[in-house]
Design a binder for this molecule. Structure first.
Ligand SMILES: [Zn+2]
Length: 173
């Protein structure tokens, strides 16, 4: 990762708003987008923020669980246009149906099949990865990830009925 959080002091960096979550971030020259529906800077910031979790996930169940929830929260803010709204369904499974990360991952294609494809994502988000990164100095990452996931799920409120129905279809189908 090439200095997503170290803008050059000589020049005011150009900024762009992420098409998914709306976070306004400095454009990092040469940074290539790695996530459909997200700006390159936003995807890069997310990758940096969860890098520690990614490194620990293989040995640490708690880190793996946090990585899963943070990835689903991020994906739920950056849906692929026209694709299934699988990430908010997975958030529902994890936050409301107490499905652990391993089971959630195992449900993969059933969640994709059950997820609605015609939902309109919320126009405004309470919390983005930019807020998460800004608070990281003063608040523990696990607490931030939980609060972020709860906020993303709450932002999806207009679609909760359909997302819950899809979650239950994936669980029982
Ligand atoms: Zn974003």
């Amino acid at each position: 990762m090439t200095g997503a959080d170290t803008p050059s002091p000589q020049q005011a960096p150009e900024t762009s708003a992420c098409p998914g979550c709306g976070a306004v971030l400095a454009v990092v020259p040469g940074l290539v987008g790695t996530h459909p529906g997200a700006s390159a800077s936003c995807a890069g910031l997310f990758a940096v923020t969860v890098r520690g979790l990614r490194e620990e996930a293989g040995q640490d169940v708690r880190a793996a669980s946090l990585l899963r929830v943070s990835t689903d929260a991020y994906d739920a803010q950056h849906l692929v246009p026209g694709g299934p709204a699988a990430a908010p369904v997975r958030l529902c499974l994890e936050l409301e149906r107490n499905v652990d990360h391993a089971r959630s991952a195992a449900l993969g294609s059933r969640v994709d099949d059950a997820a609605p494809r015609d939902l309109t994502a919320p126009a405004r988000w309470t919390t983005t990865v930019a807020d998460l990164a800004a608070d990281l100095d003063v608040v523990d990452l696990p607490a931030l990830v939980r609060a972020w996931a709860d906020a993303v799920w709450a932002d999806w409120a207009p679609a909760h009925d359909r997302l819950r129905a899809a979650a239950d279809t994936a669980l029982t189908g």
